[in-house]
Design a protein around this ligand. Structure first.
Ligand code: SAH
Ligand code: SF4
Ligand code: F3S
Length: 472
């Protein structure tokens, strides 16, 4: 594994065949006495997973299905899963276990389980043996064949598993249901070749593969024409973009081409792997007015020894140098990161090196995790002698430090006027709107719901560890 090779692109003929399965299902659905069924799509994973769910919903809509959030009312339930940590899996097994009663009440109910857990051998075997009420199981690489797989289940009434190990392909032209008219996700690449020693993603998401720039640009152009204001480019490591294309280009080149699309919109992206993020990317970000000055640059650890054991491909010093350069060309940069505490063999001293790194970088926000062994990854077979309780102590120290830093950085916003995008309602009476700064910080706003979808100038009045509060 880890090899690079030619990316397979699904032909429009093959996509057309899937769309015809949607039509066939639509005809069957519309001919039913009660009319087309309701579908419920539940998403448990990252943004990539959310984007996949929007494609699944697009296909279900083309089958004539309506949508509900309530699994009790649905006749087709799709559970889009995540395998990144054990907790994510436990949650899904709980949810799936509950559905056994729903299936007993309604034998016509179709239960589908897809996403990263479906592609993980041990989880799929458990579903096959012990969760017999699940009808359809398919991994992320089989997503584009969902119409055909569902057709088989719904017409032949048998269980279907499509979980063979696949390196994955690029499928263009699948329908999509976007949940917001203000923000959109655009996948620019799929899969991962990095094999960080703790991580399951390369085993469940296949090899790195990039969409053609022309397809990405066409999608973004049409989103901007539709009035979408914020577009987040997605990939496990966007900095690997383009390596597999016939006419190679890199991520910075792609950003530059996107930036040339006229309109009032912002481009964000995630995730950037530090080993491939360099001066060219930061200079391009600084120069491109549509590109948000926001960077999610996961460091994982502040110890060079642990970083090597994680197979991350950079040292503490190299990371600090990159972060400092990015800040020097973008003084307003909002910088965030992911951290893993308790990697096998990590000592207390090494965990404290991580805390000293976050003190040095002063991230705007962090996503923090306690290490969770993933079956089949190299780290899972390393000796791990530190107790969970001790890891929790290190973890709490880290959180306390980060909360202090975020609180300080947020306080510095109070009294400033900022341009923010109003993206929805917050559900809070005092601050009814939710909005984001260019750097992606959350601002709860006083103002009228008619402002949703617009950029407004907000005065920041208050702050806490997690958010800012302001008025239009
Ligand atoms: N491709 C992204 C990460 C995707 S997973 C990147 O490389 O930055 C999101 C985060 O989950 C990772 O950054 C890591 O911090 C965390 N994570 C991944 N595997 C984990 C594991 N086995 N235990 C705990 N956290 C993990
Ligand atoms: Fe996982 Fe590393 Fe790939 Fe991110 S870059 S998805 S952490 S293997
Ligand atoms: Fe989870 Fe898969 Fe995303 S494992 S984090 S849903 S890529």
């Amino acid at each position: 594994m880890g090899e690079t090779g030619k990316t397979q692109r699904i032909s429009q003929e093959d996509i057309g065949r899937q769309l015809r399965f949607c039509e066939k299902l639509r005809e069957l659905n519309e001919a039913r006495p009660g009319g087309p069924p309701l579908a419920c799509v539940q998403t448990y994973g990252c943004q990539q997973n959310v984007a996949d769910s929007q494609r699944l919903m697009g296909m279900l809509r083309d089958m004539g299905c309506g949508f509900t959030q309530d699994p009790g009312r649905a006749e087709i339930i799709v559970i889009n899963t995540c395998a990144i940590r054990e907790n994510a899996e436990k949650k899904v097994f709980g949810v799936v276990g509950q559905l056994v009663h729903a299936k007993e009440r309604n034998p016509d109910l179709t239960i589908c389980l897809c996403g990263c857990m479906a592609q993980q051998e041990t989880a799929a075997a458990r579903i096959r043996a012990s969760y017999r009420h699940v009808d359809l199981v398919f991994g992320p690489q089989a997503l584009w064949r969902f119409p055909e797989l569902l057709f088989e289940v719904r017409t032949r009434h048998k269980r279907v598993f499509s979980i063979a190990q696949e390196r994955g392909a690029i499928a263009e032209g699948l329908p999509v249901v976007r949940e917001s008219s203000v923000k959109a996700w655009v996948s620019i690449m799929y899969g991962c070749n990095n094999f960080c020693s703790y991580c399951i993603v390369p085993y469940v998401r296949g090899r790195e593969r990039s969409r053609e720039a022309s397809d990405i640009l066409a999608e973004i152009r049409s989103l901007v024409e539709d009035g979408v204001r914020e577009i987040t480019l997605l990939g496990q490591n966007v900095n690997s973009y383009g390596k597999d294309l016939d006419s190679p280009m890199d991520f910075a080149d792609l950003l530059e081409e996107i930036d040339a699309i006229p309109g009032d919109y912002l481009i964000r992206f995630m995730t950037s792997h530090p080993k491939d993020a360099g001066r060219k990317l930061f200079d391009t970000m600084a120069r491109c007015s549509h590109v948000a000055k926001q960077l999610h640059l996961p460091v994982q650890s502040g110890s060079s020894r642990v970083l090597r054991a994680m197979n991350r491909g950079y040292t503490r010093e190299q990371y600090l140098e990159k972060a400092a350069y990015a800040r020097s060309v973008m003084p307003e940069l909002v910088l965030t990161s992911d951290i893993i505490i308790g990697f096998p063999g990590e000592t207390e001293e090494e965990a404290m090196e991580t805390i000293s790194l976050i003190r040095e970088v002063r991230y705007d926000a962090l996503f923090t995790f306690i290490y969770s062994p993933r079956p089949g990854t190299p780290a899972a077979s390393l000796p791990d002698t530190v107790s969970r309780a001790e890891k929790q102590v290190w973890f709490d120290k880290l959180l306390e430090e980060q909360n202090r830093i975020s609180g300080e950085l947020h306080r510095a916003y109070v009294g400033r006027r900022l341009r923010v995008l109003v993206d929805g309602e917050s559900g809070d009476e005092q601050w009814p709107l939710s909005s984001r700064t260019h750097g992606g910080r959350l601002v709860h706003l006083r103002g009228d719901a008619s402002l949703i979808g617009q950029y407004v100038d907000a005065e920041i009045l208050d702050s806490n560890t997690w958010a800012l509060f302001g008025a239009v």
